[in-house]
Design a protein around this ligand. Structure first.
Ligand code: COA
Length: 182
């Protein structure tokens, strides 16, 4: 799939745009919070500005669709978090997080919907994989209401906890997503 470095999406309340260097400071501030990092597999804790800058350096131009992450901006408030994809062994994996000031306002539901509309339109993949650590009921609620179904349990290394954690595996099919948006 061809790259699309410049892609940005607008929703009713949000701007989803490509990450930029100015995101480093808020990324570091929001991810250096165990309540965020401890729910994610691949984020170390404590999390430093150098970690954010290192991650931003991986955001090369023309990444494939399966490796795109959007920075979520709330107009008037600025950078809020990330929603994006990476390619796992079975296929594309959806992941997302928000800084704590933005929780509980429907922001991630809106961002995930926009990213899935974009992803199924921009790729030929028929399945998107995701999941949650077993205690993350808010994130599971988002996935369930959008049509993800549970496929099983696994254990996943959580860098912030330095431990293997039980993970509820989920997936969303293109046909379920299409039926939802018709
Ligand atoms: C999980 C997270 C993304 C949620 O973002 P958000 O913008 O607050 O989520 P939304 O407001 O769009 O939706 C949350 C849903 O979970 C529900 N919810 C919240 N807490 C809940 C709980 N303890 N149990 C069950 N449902 C819960 C809300 O009611 C809402 O559902 P509704 O729209 O049907 O009412 C955000 O808290 C976050 O970034 N957390 C840290 C990182 C993380 O967990 N990332 C996901 C890893 S899988």
């Amino acid at each position: 799939m061809e790259g699309c470095m410049s892609v940005s999406l607008t929703t009713q309340n949000l701007l989803l745009r490509q990450p930029e260097l100015g995101d480093a400071e808020p990324i570091a501030r929001f991810l250096n919070d165990f309540g965020v990092a401890g729910n994610l597999a691949r984020v170390p804790f404590p999390y430093h500005l150098s970690d954010a800058k290192g991650w931003l350096r991986t955001r090369a131009p023309n990444l494939p669709v399966e490796e795109i992450t959007f920075s979520i901006e709330v107009p008037g408030e600025g950078f809020a978090g990330h929603v994006g994809y990476h390619l796992g062994p079975q296929g594309p994996i959806l992941g997302y997080w928000l800084g704590r000031p933005f929780w509980g306002r429907g922001v991630m539901t809106e961002a995930v919907i926009a990213s899935l509309d974009w992803f199924f339109g921009a790729s030929n993949h028929d399945v998107v994989y995701s999941g949650v650590f077993h205690f993350n009921l808010a994130s599971l609620a988002i996935q369930t209401k959008l049509g993800f179904t549970q496929t099983g349990r696994s254990t996943l290394l959580c860098l912030a906890r330095d431990a293997e954690v039980e993970h509820i595996d989920t997936k969303l099919t293109r046909s379920v997503w299409k039926a939802r948006t018709q």
